[in-house]
Write a protein that binds this ligand. Structure first.
Ligand code: AMP
Length: 305
């Protein structure tokens, strides 16, 4: 079975949307990535850190999904990373109310020895120096390194982030972040500039746009009846994308199109409930049905003569 190394936050989130509010619940980029990747035939390991306040029950939830957690360090006297966000009525834009790095501030990641030969590495959202350290610990250059990041790290650690971006194959980023990173409004021009920074493939999460030099593929976001809580959609997309590619072991542009569709499909489940709740209970049949919907949504026959 292909191995997938995932680094990112394992966190407490407190979320408020127009539909409701949560206390601290399970969240974090690596959590969503791991849950999405667990849908595929891959052996995933999460590299992260939590504090002594993190419930064993949450770790068990990840183990139950066959995710290796031996790379999640527990700092007994420390507090877990905490993020809090408030969504506006459009359910698209959000304000970050709090980002408390806590144990993440001094985190030195250790990739478990038996995962250092993984062919695919998914660098989830956290400090770029931690992402870099994970790349450096791999025994050989992985076949595919995917990176996800956000405006917080562009604001706080841009130089380190640019060094990581140079070393990766695929970046997944949202439209506003692509504009911030490049200073370009046009996403096509922004993607070209990002190619020049290193990555051969650029995924801009606006719907989902995949760029590879002059090739472009576009998958719309599935029109959903209900969007309850968008938290983690981007990470779920990235986890589905990387998980599918690791499972199929085919890193061609053509196969990346399927990976985009899988990522987008899994993200459509994530947003239906608060936090990780929906991802914990999603079945293979539900995913299959939604992939069929996706296909009929985007397929058309037109005579071009
Ligand atoms: P998304 O909605 O895909 O952007 O991801 C939301 C998740 O990212 C939440 O579960 C948070 O715990 C986590 N998160 C928020 N801010 C950060 C940050 N600065 N670094 C790493 N993870 C973060």
């Amino acid at each position: 079975m292909s191995k997938l190394v995932i680094v990112g936050t394992v966190a407490f989130d407190a979320i408020e949307t127009p539909f409701g509010k949560t206390d601290k619940i399970l969240g974090g980029a690596a959590t969503f990535i791991g849950l999405a990747a667990s849908h595929f035939n891959v052996d995933s390991s999460i590299v992260s850190v939590v504090g002594g306040d993190f419930p064993q029950e949450y770790l068990d939830l990840l183990s139950d999904k066959k995710i290796d957690i031996s790379g999640i360090e527990i700092v007994k006297e420390g507090k877990t990373f905490f993020w809090s966000g408030l969504y506006h009525n459009d359910m698209n834009s959000r304000d970050t109310l709090a980002t408390e790095l806590n144990v993440l501030a001094d985190f030195n990641p250790v990739v478990p020895v038996n995962y250092r030969d993984a062919k695919v590495v998914m660098l989830g959202n956290l400090h770029p120096l931690v992402q870099m350290s994970v790349i450096e610990q791999m025994a050989e250059k992985p076949d595919l390194i995917v990176l996800d990041t956000m405006n917080f790290w562009m604001d706080n650690a841009l130089d380190d982030l640019l060094k990581v971006i140079k070393k990766i194959d695929v970046i997944t980023i949202n439209d506003e972040e692509a504009r911030q990173l490049t200073g370009e409004y046009s996403l096509v021009v922004a993607a070209r500039k990002i190619h020049e920074m290193g990555p051969k493939y650029v995924v801009i999460k606006k719907g989902d746009l995949l760029f590879h030099n002059d090739d472009v593929f576009y998958a719309p976001a599935l029109p959903l009846e209900e969007v309850f809580d968008p938290t983690g959609a981007g990470d779920t997309f990235a986890g589905g994308f990387a998980g599918y590619l690791a499972g199929t072991n085919d890193f061609s542009f053509e196969n990346m199109k399927n990976a985009v569709i899988y990522g987008s499909t899994l993200a459509s489940f994530c947003v239906e409930k608060f936090g990780t709740e929906r991802m914990m209970n999603m079945t293979d049949e539900e995913v299959f049905d939604r992939l069929k919907q996706f296909k009929s949504l985007t397929q058309f026959e037109i005579e071009l003569s």
